[in-house]
Unconditional design. Sequence first.
Length: 493
Amino acid sequence: MASEFPILSADEAAAFIPNGAWVACSGFTSAGSVKNIPLALARRATELHQKNQAFSIYLLTGASSYEAVDGALMQAQAVTYRAPYQSHPAMRIAINQGNVAYREEHLSHFPQSIRSGIMGPLDYALVEVADYTPDGRLTLTASVGATPTFCQCAKHIILEHNPYHAPLKGVHDIYEPNRYPPYDIIRITKPNDRIGTTQLTVDPRKILGVVETYQSEQNPEFKHIDTVYQHIGERVVEFLQQEMRVGRIPQSFLPVQSGVGNLANAILKVMGTNPAIPTFQVYTEIAQDAMFDLMKQGKISFISTCGIYVTDGYQKELYSNWSCYQNRLILRPQEISNHPEVIRRLGLLSFNSALEVDLFGNVNSTHVQGTQAVNGIGGSGDFARNSFLSVFTLQSTAKSGTISNIVPFCSHIDHTEHDTQIIVTEYGCADLRGKSPEQRAEAMIACAHPDYRPILQSYLKQAQQGHISHNLSNAFALYQAYQATGDMRNVNF
């Protein structure tokens, strides 16, 4: 690597960015996120605010981001607008208090929104790279995200060079659709197909300079998988086995997509220990520890993903044994990892989590009590509607049983009844395929916590008859009971 770009301190890089700028940060979760420039930007914002000078930015990322991005910038009150996804407590509080304008969006659609200019003129792209060349060829790090689009559309680019991720050289597959329709066919027919280049090429004249760093994502350990998650994972695998027995899933299996978190890890681990589940491939948006565990065990043969989100210790182990993984992994842009065309063609088995599901199969993935943003829709909509088989998983209750996650009517709907197929709780598996609304309701009640089954049955009995049975006066009565008494079981229809 030879640099013709100025070497900057993080503070010098942050000084380029003015108040009101549209700033895009690389990364998909903390994977591939810039780390030091956002901290410097937060320091600058704090200093300016102490002088009674305004400073805040419009902040874009591929998905959720690193602590330094959503955490430090928000604590410095340096963010006016956020898109398309977030998961940091400080950012969440600011959004729910109305202090930050927040636009969540399907992750596969987001790069197109950037290219079309809907989000506003993109001023700066801050990009983490493992390597770069003077003519603008960038080797990205642990994710691709929307970085190709950010670099194409931004007026200026600042690099954060992080050779900690040097082992990842060669695993990326950078491909970006045309800026405007009509779009070409995305020629992926298997998870391990390559259609692009291993490096991202940008206009070198846009690059203002390079900030040097050397650090991992420092992701925390996942929580221990409890018995409830274990039961949910077992019910998912029981359902998959039944689908294989009747021939709806081939004996050779299908590629798998899985969300992020402890419940997703639990499902994967149960799949890995069940001999009836054959070796399979993964086509997903994020790869976490459990997937690499199954790759080591020979259960997963290939992973196509947008990013690698693993705990800090696992990342060190991964890189020290990189030769075992490098030819069995591809990192793609989120527009491709989540693209409906590819998801439909590959025939994915999709597993995502929900906050709540109503009697008719509508799913709320994003807003507690219909108003309080948690994270965002992320990629769940991309996979739920387009996968061959879509499974939503959730615990039947929350807050020590005072909240039922199976409700008469969702307080907020991200995935309509037309997008959902299978709902799994620790109490059962509701197969909603081919069922009328009344039949769906019966299946959903069977998956609810026993304390809430009589309540949900009572709601149906007193609902107004129609194709979909509802009582508009009582559709949200469980939420009202919780707000009034702290327990949905105190509802009185």
